[in-house]
Design a protein around this ligand. Structure first.
Ligand code: ADP
Length: 305
């Protein structure tokens, strides 16, 4: 009896030792595996780091290249524009009707190019984080007055009306007026380009969270749901007969979207083919630093009002 009692614990012990050894081996195997995984992860991190540095360098180079090119292009383009203006003003003598057409074409092409260069330069500056937000107080009524002065002469057709609806009561913002104006100018010039008849209405109203909602509505060709997201990407334009007749870079909306984000705002589009489009810019009434990046593009559902 005594023997049995003695042997059992020994056997148990031996069994436990074997199990322990097995576990030790398993542990060793796991440790080796873990060490290998760790080394792998570290190598991946190192690679990611290298890639991130490379990407940052490429992005910096791209911005430097773009702004270099843009500066180099702007000077000669401005010369072409100025000289063609001098020629068109007949300061250097009379032009034949054919020469007038040719110089006018030169001037228009150079202006289109400089617009492209300016947009590229702005995009490069934003990407490089080098664009400044110049904050100051301004009233919507006055901004609309300036825009009205700029755009009224451009609406030459009797079939099209451009109306500004200054808010009552007046809305005062503390933000970057030049950037708000740049975004609205882009919306309005697009609306003029893509609306043959009807009206374009520019309005502003207070929105939730102490924001101001600016809207540019048109009764133009409209934008199909599939194209509504696309046109906010660089160089994207929608194929249309009107498109071929108008100059454009396909950079206005991506730039507007980035400018809006810079102001802590967003852009919303509602449109339906044939019915018209409504571009809405919402910005905080009082600019505050560290704006959130937010862009919304809604599909169908043009309300028309
Ligand atoms: P651009 O006007 O220089 O081509 P944008 O980025 O401002 O560049 O606009 C991109 C495209 O979006 C336009 O070419 C046009 O196809 C479409 N689009 C913009 N605004 C309107 C609008 N109000 N109505 C119809 N299409 C528009």
């Amino acid at each position: 009896m005594g023997d049995i009692v003695k042997r059992e614990p020994n056997e148990e012990l031996a069994g436990a030792l074997v199990a322990l050894r097995d576990r030790e081996l398993e542990c060793e195997r796991l440790t080796t595996e873990l060490a290998e995984t760790n080394r792998g992860v570290l190598a991946l991190y190192a690679e990611l780091d290298t890639r991130a540095t490379e990407l940052a360098r490429v992005s910096q180079l791209k911005s430097a290249f773009l702004s270099g090119i843009s500066h180099e292009l702007r000077t000669p383009l401005n010369s072409i524009i100025n000289i063609s203006r001098i020629l068109l003003a007949r300061l250097d003598g009379e032009l034949t009707p054919e020469q007038e057409l040719q110089v006018e074409m030169m001037r228009r092409s150079a202006e289109a190019l400089i617009e492209l260069v300016n947009d590229l330069l702005d995009l490069a500056r934003i990407e490089a984080g080098k664009i400044e937000v110049r904050v100051g107080p301004f009233a919507v009524g006055e901004l609309f007055g300036t825009l009205r002065g700029m755009f009224r002469p451009l609406v030459t057709s009797d079939a099209l009306e451009l109306t500004f609806e200054p808010p009552v009561p007046e809305i005062e913002l503390v933000s970057d007026e030049a950037k708000v104006s740049q975004i609205l100018r882009n919306f309005i010039s697009n609306a003029i380009k893509f609306t043959e008849r009807g009206e374009i209405r520019v309005s502003a109203e207070p929105a939730e969270d102490d924001r101001v909602s600016f809207a540019v509505r048109d009764t133009g060709i409209g934008i199909a749901p599939d194209d509504q997201r696309r046109i906010f990407q660089e160089f994207e334009q929608v194929e249309h007969a009107l498109q071929r007749r108008t100059a454009g870079t396909g950079l206005g909306l991506p730039l507007s979207r980035k400018l809006a984000a810079l102001l802590g705002g967003d852009i919303e589009l509602t449109s339906a083919v044939g019915a018209g489009s409504r571009f809405t810019l919402r910005v905080p009434r009082l600019y505050h630093a560290t704006p959130a990046l937010a862009v919304t593009e809604r599909g169908e559902g043009y309300a028309g009002a």
